[in-house]
Ligand binder design. Structure first.
Ligand SMILES: *[C@@H]1O[C@H](CO)[C@@H](O)[C@H](O)[C@H]1NC(C)=O
Ligand SMILES: *[C@@H]1O[C@H](CO)[C@@H](O)[C@H](O)[C@H]1NC(C)=O
Length: 389
């Protein structure tokens, strides 16, 4: 009997401790909320899930009004996306940007925190020079439309880039952009510097690993203990590829005259499943990559070249997205299945409600109340156990 209640005591304690540690794991990290799927929970339920994870930074690929509405009066701040399809029109006609903001941003901005507009996604990867040349003018149109609305201080204008525009990324000190893109990147960087906007990159050490699994040590890409490498020009020591990629970007940007632009990671992640030739895609590796990364974010780690600037990361992605095209890995980047169960354990255990009461805010209040009551009950139980001994 005594043995039983003692083990009950430990189970309760364990539950309490895991609840606490789960909450703090989500702290500070951002998450990409992609929606290329037909089986995702409603945005209102997702709001409760994120609240239970203590994740307060979300990136969308569009400006989905359902999502923005469901997060009204929440603590969550949003990066919203302005799709590639708008760039050409907006580059020619600034009033198109004004209209977009009036329709997509203005109805929400007083209730939902929108901090950033990501204009275009991975534009250089398209290799479409007409599209590439419309990026900067479109960003300028959006910026001046924001200024007209008096929102240019509250909302930042930026874009997100894949790393293929780099000519060289190793050693990090010799990072450089491909020659053909420099005519576009030079004025783009000047604009980032002028409006004090961060430069966003989508960085996937997984791609580098799967292309050369024999040459790239898996520990180096998964943030596991390893020898790492020393940059011969700076003597800086790198023990993970993500940090080396970020510093290569800093070098490439510096080579174009800017040391005043912050690099942030708008996407990174690791798939839990892949095609046969996608070496390394597994739940174990995904758990190591994302778990270790979350710890670095919590520790506010900076890269070797920018130690005082904590890395800023949006993990890709919240859910597995079943309608994404091949390869298999594309549909398996999620931390969660659509039913809210974790795909693997990175210390994030969330709560996805079956139903939503009158509004998300109410559900969240009920959840908090329930937590508080449970907390008190558990504390009472523990107190009783201790007193009885
Ligand atoms: C949740 O996150 C906020 C802000 O990131 C932090 O201040 C708070 O302490 C976190 N709560 C827990 C329980 O970790
Ligand atoms: C761009 O403008 C053209 C002409 O006004 C219009 O037909 C087209 O739908 C616009 N594209 C987008 C994505 O709004």
């Amino acid at each position: 009997m005594a043995k039983q209640s003692l083990s009950f005591f430990f189970i309760v304690l364990l539950l309490l401790l895991t609840t606490l540690s789960d909450k703090s794991m989500g702290q500070g990290v951002g998450i990409n909320y992609g929606q290329i799927a037909n089986n995702l929970p409603s945005p209102a339920r997702v709001a409760v899930l994120l609240q239970s994870l203590n994740i307060t930074r979300v990136k969308l690929y569009d400006a989905d009004p359902n999502v923005l509405f469901s997060f009204s009066n929440s603590q969550v701040e949003f990066m919203i996306g302005l799709g590639n399809e708008y760039l050409q029109n907006m580059s020619i006609d600034p009033t198109k940007a004004q209209t977009w903001l009036q329709q997509r941003l203005e109805p929400h901005i007083s209730k939902t925190r929108i901090t950033t507009i990501v204009v275009g996604n991975e534009i250089f990867k398209t290799n479409d020079h007409t599209l590439i040349s419309s990026l900067l003018p479109a960003m300028k149109s959006v910026y001046s439309a924001l200024t007209n609305l008096g929102l240019e201080k509250e909302v930042t204008v930026t874009s997100a880039h894949a790393l293929d525009f780099l000519q060289n990324s190793y050693p990090p000190s010799l990072g450089s952009f491909k020659e053909e893109f420099i005519p576009y990147l030079q004025p783009l960087l000047d604009f980032h510097s002028q409006i004090k906007s961060p430069f966003l990159i989508n960085a996937y050490p997984f791609f580098a690993y799967k292309d050369s699994p024999k040459e790239v040590p898996i520990e180096y890409v998964l943030f596991q203990p390893n020898q790492g490498m020393v940059d011969p020009n700076t003597n800086l020591h790198y023990d993970n590829m993500l940090f080396a990629q970020v510093d290569a970007l800093y070098s490439a940007i510096k080579a174009l005259g800017h040391s005043d632009i912050e690099v942030r990671i708008s996407e990174t992640g690791w798939p839990s499943k892949g095609d046969e030739n996608e070496i390394g895609a597994s739940p174990e590796n995904a758990a190591l990559y994302n778990g270790n990364l979350l710890r670095l974010v919590q520790q506010k780690k900076g890269t070797p070249a920018k130690q005082s600037v904590p890395i800023d990361v949006y993990v890709f992605a919240l859910f597995n997205e079943n309608l994404k095209p091949d390869p298999i890995s594309e549909r398996n980047y999620g931390l969660f299945y659509p039913d809210g169960k974790p795909v693997y354990n990175v210390g994030l255990q969330g709560f996805l409600p079956d139903i939503i009461y009158t509004s998300t805010a109410t559900t969240i209040q009920i959840l908090n109340l329930w937590r508080a009551v449970m907390g008190l009950a558990v504390a009472g139980l523990i107190f009783d156990k201790i007193r009885m001994r």
